[in-house]
Ligand binder design. Sequence first.
Ligand code: FAD
Length: 392
Amino acid sequence: MDLRYSEADQEFRARARAWLTANVPVEPRPSHGLASAQFDRDWQRKLFDHGWAGVAWPVEYGGLGLSGLQQVIWYEELARAHAPHHINTMYVAMMHAGPTLIARGTEEQKSFHLPRILSGDAIWCQGFSEPNAGSDLAALKTRGVIDGDDIVVTGAKMWTTDAQHADYQELLVRTDPDSERHKGLTWLICDMKLPGIDIKPIRTMLQDEHVNMVFYDEVRIPLKNAVGAVNQGWSSALATLAFERGLGFIGDQLELYERVCRAIDLARTVRLEDGRLAIDDDGIAQRLASIKAETIAIRSMTLADIAETDRTGLPGPKGSMMKLMVTQTHKALSEIVGEVLGWDFLEFNGDRSAHPWTYDYLWSWVFSISGGTSEIQRENVADRILQLPRAR
Ligand SMILES: Cc1cc2nc3c(=O)[nH]c(=O)nc-3n(C[C@H](O)[C@H](O)[C@H](O)COP(=O)(O)OP(=O)(O)OC[C@H]3O[C@@H](n4cnc5c(N)ncnc54)[C@H](O)[C@@H]3O)c2cc1C
């Protein structure tokens, strides 16, 4: 195995770095509302216009057709340049809706949707979870009744991030009323402007309203919007989740390394109650060192997983392992910062830029739930990677 970057990779990194240095927006991203979505669309448009959108996406749909490794190099350079990255309203479109369409979509779906995503014209959201189907996604009840050339959808989805900004949705519905569990589901492309869709925001502990409940009252979606066959949507849903848990968390992972470095700087400046600098406390210093080592190990695993995905075309179950490690490490880091700053730092008024560590702490909890909880990732690791016997 050759562990060095090729000349082409290094040349790509140098070009990306030079372009980002000259083009990263100087104004900060608005934290919420329509202005944040517009900011994300504008940045995506700029990337598209300058030939940086969809690094590993096929050329025929507007991408650059490069390798998964070069995609990661691009994300690394985005993080290094403090550029707006994909943890924004373009996240679902770029990180799992687009990749699912590339892997499972029809030619018509790909040629219509992929260029719109890359150019920032289409924001997507994910309508998988329901009030009684989160970890147990296969229990979902939102129904789709086939009527002529349409599927008529009625039901409710829960925790839909950025539904209020989205143009399209990955919508998972039960189309076979007699089916149970994983059978009889269909993955649909849902136009969020269709009549019968009602979006109700939910206020979270982050003091914002970026997640929503979405209600569907006889929403007519063309049958041709099914991704994968009707009643066979579970397989497409697994592909979506694999993309989400694989490269989908690369941004958090890259940020995590930067956060560890900032936490070490913090420990060098903040004094504990006994007057010592936090970094002079052996326990704190050792835990920070092992967290830093952990983030480096996670990065190596990510690169190995990406090399595998480049070969197979679909990410494997290792994404669950990486998501689990990133979330656990993030939480452990937040605990140390809490000890260093004192737990009063948890008072939060929603101003992320004024209280970055508080936001970070709260986010570490959110992050261990969204995209599948840590318990579910452990189950996936036990089941699909270690192939341990199932508990009765
Ligand atoms: C901020 C945020 C954004 C989200 N965005 C979206 C989105 O855009 N689209 C979308 O579809 N969903 C979204 N989700 C939903 C997310 O995927 C679910 O919240 C998650 O899968 C957990 O489901 P649940 O909330 O129903 O909890 P439950 O499934 O009810 O779980 C409750 C607790 O029980 C534990 N548990 C459940 N089953 C098991 C088991 N078999 N073994 C061990 N422990 C178990 C869980 O780990 C958890 O601790 C989002 C969630 C959050 C918090």
